[in-house]
Ligand binder design. Sequence first.
Ligand code: NAG
Ligand code: NAG
Ligand code: NAG
Ligand code: NAG
Ligand code: NAG
Ligand code: NAG
Ligand code: NAG
Ligand code: NAG
Ligand code: NAG
Length: 778
Amino acid sequence: MNCRRGNPTMRASTVLLCGVVLIQLFAAQIHSQRPKSPWQTLSGDAPLVIARGGFSGLFPDSSIDAYTFAMRTSAAGVVLWCDVQLTKDGQGICFPDLTMSNGSNVESVYPKRQKIYPVNGIPTQGWFTIDFTLRDVKEISLNPGIWTRSDMFNGNVEISVVQKVATMLKPDGFWLNVQHDAFYAQQNLNMSSFLISTSRIVSIDYISSPEMNFFRKIAGHFGHAGPSFVFQFLEKEEIEPTTNQTYGSILRNLTFVKMFASGILVPKSYILPLDDNQYLLPPTSLAQDAHKAGLKVYVLGFANDVDIAYNYSFDPVSEYLSFIDNGDFSVDGVLSAFPITASASVDCFSHIGSNATKQVDFLVISKNGASADYPGCTNLAYEKAIKDGADVIDCSVQMSSDGKPFCSSSIDLEGTTTVAQTPLRDRSVTIPEISSVARIYTFSLTWSEIRNLTPEIISPYTDYPLRNPNEKNSGKLILLSEFLNLAKESTSLSSVMVSIENAMYLREKQGLDVIKAVLDTLAETGYRNGTTNTKVMIQSTNSSVLVDFKKQNQYQTVYKIQETVRDIQDSGIEYIKKFADAVVIQKQSVFPEADRFVTRKTNVVERLQKSRLSVYVELFQNEFASQPYDFFSDATIEINSYITGIGINGTITEFPFTAARYKRNRCLGQKQTPPYMTPVKTGGLLKNISPTSLPPAEAPRLVITDADVFEPPLPPVVQKSPKSAVRTSSTCAQEPSRQTQLALSFILSVFASLMREAGYLYLIGCQQPGGVAVLSDE
Ligand SMILES: *[C@@H]1O[C@H](CO)[C@@H](O)[C@H](O)[C@H]1NC(C)=O
Ligand SMILES: *[C@@H]1O[C@H](CO)[C@@H](O)[C@H](O)[C@H]1NC(C)=O
Ligand SMILES: *[C@@H]1O[C@H](CO)[C@@H](O)[C@H](O)[C@H]1NC(C)=O
Ligand SMILES: *[C@@H]1O[C@H](CO)[C@@H](O)[C@H](O)[C@H]1NC(C)=O
Ligand SMILES: *[C@@H]1O[C@H](CO)[C@@H](O)[C@H](O)[C@H]1NC(C)=O
Ligand SMILES: *[C@@H]1O[C@H](CO)[C@@H](O)[C@H](O)[C@H]1NC(C)=O
Ligand SMILES: *[C@@H]1O[C@H](CO)[C@@H](O)[C@H](O)[C@H]1NC(C)=O
Ligand SMILES: *[C@@H]1O[C@H](CO)[C@@H](O)[C@H](O)[C@H]1NC(C)=O
Ligand SMILES: *[C@@H]1O[C@H](CO)[C@@H](O)[C@H](O)[C@H]1NC(C)=O
């Protein structure tokens, strides 16, 4: 609309109209300038982090240690949750259940006090809190009661008294959950009077219960600034004792709930339901409906060490984000046994678009592509890795019998495909150089046979859900050339990593030259003449392969140390530098563990980096079983400890999404790093363990300093053997001791002597007893 010109008769009204429009425009502008809360919670505030029994994923539920640790590691405002139970003498204690055998040692302290009581009409057997006075309870120790959690912590593990938690720790928020008021009333114990008198001494911020009648009893007994009442929904088919209706049917009348409660507490599945195979179904409208009814929504059931929907790829941060940052709604609070992960999800990872600035620089290197989501080394696994934000995708090159290089995580096709269930199973052969049992190897099949095989996803943890069953056999194995072309088309990749193993065996015994095949394919696909900016890294555990590529002067060479190393000597590093630009080491070479506890940190990374070698660490996985307890069953915390704690140059991961998202983590850019994004203190958890349950100490050899024992490596031995192309030589002066033998496999390649033979350099070395510098674990 043009406001200056126009027909004079219309001028007056136009001026008026223009004015109105301007005012409206102005108002809209002001409105859009007002900082709008990014949170779709009822209040617009960030969702609450509620620590269930404290940090009960680590320390025993409801112990003072669990509560203290929750406060120390969580976002400001963390709410401590206590399941209130009453003792025989009417005192309140925090304990997750009415009965105590799950979660404490009551059975062994009071073997004869087991009883049967009706609980909601059902006769229930156990050690009930109501049969113990506060004094009796003092003799009982808490324990985890869940097999995935360590039972080694026994610091402050006595049962906590409700008031003491509040007076001692002064939490920002204190939440009391009363699961069984009716039961206590039947036993002539008055929960209401306990709560009312307690609220005069300490501040109670929330009271929750699945029993409606309880809210009737306590309503009006607290002042205006009294606790918020939260009605808990149990499973949908369960009966609510006051109304005799199922929780599912009560859910249909939220206005009714709003009459006595300001919020509801629901299981995760009320909002994001699962199908029978543990995949997410579309979200329900419960969060929005509850908000419309003026109710806050709290969700329970978050823990890093329980099964979550497959859609999250075992990443607990992804799960929280789907409840608090999904574009449609945010729940108002999450009840978690691992409040550190909830805190990081809220504060560091919410509302960061996929284009947010990277706060930290390191390479996310895939391992066989996104091999937890799709079978490794398939087109789908690589496409997903690129989409997930990997900087480098990797191809483990194998050779078909007709000399075609292709990608497969193993030279043995049985673990990675369903070949053993096909007629090709009769190609199984025993190759002592590779395995003592008969297997079906890549070099026994032609490419046209291999390309039609059905690939299979590998699930490394047997006690744990399998990886993405829906995609268990999806995708196709691809040629190295297809892999390289795929990478070339991506704008986000900085490099490809091509891994070469078994080169000598293939050359000698199968007449297949994998090195030549790789070089030729790189040339064919334009990686050698500058057609693409994507760089090439060549990785091998065998230095002789790298020496070959190093000569080309065109590729980054990456030396992979498969064994766990505790230390590395300067001479070793000098040798590595001759043929490698970067080194891959195992996680345990950085943070050695015993019994799933980190015992210390080595200086291997620091030493390699000082010599300007980049260090990449493998293998990062999301399954909590892959991590020591120190990282709280949270892959992001583990990555953070390696990146900001150690400063490695890259993570090699089967879950590139988690590592790539970590880079955009808002908390890294803050002046003061919050506790949930601080690298873990090495060996910190060990301090919480009693001396009797300490993991076995590392062997004393590891405390010995290099200067004490180190003897220089043997001088290079140049051997010539014109007849054979390969020769393993180890002319050690003395019989190596057991421990040096352990380490020999690695020392062989590090404390090596250069040997030029048939145009190849071989690195072979010896180690004298006592001269232990590099040790392996096994
Ligand atoms: C013990 O309690 C935990 C959590 O409180 C629960 O997950 C587990 O199933 C219980 N175990 C038994 C045997 O009831
Ligand atoms: C429980 O205590 C409350 C508050 O003191 C009181 O109003 C109520 O009558 C008591 N209930 C019984 C059954 O004694
Ligand atoms: C609760 O409902 C069930 C089934 O509708 C009925 O059999 C039962 O008598 C009811 N109980 C009470 C206390 O109303
Ligand atoms: C919800 O509950 C209230 C209070 O009991 C009742 O008046 C209303 O009719 C109920 N609404 C529905 C849809 O059942
Ligand atoms: C979860 O994964 C399944 C299987 O891939 C898919 O069908 C479903 O749409 C996903 N659910 C959500 C909410 O993304
Ligand atoms: C991220 O950036 C790309 C390219 O600039 C753009 O196409 C995409 O829409 C952006 N995504 C978001 C979530 O902003
Ligand atoms: C590089 O090599 C590729 C593949 O052989 C070829 O298609 C391309 O034209 C070459 N480019 C240049 C600049 O030589
Ligand atoms: C490494 O390759 C050389 C030949 O280049 C071979 O002699 C040696 O056995 C290989 N080492 C290992 C550990 O495979
Ligand atoms: C590897 O990391 C170290 C320490 O963070 C850094 O000094 C070095 O520049 C990095 N190397 C490369 C090639 O980025």
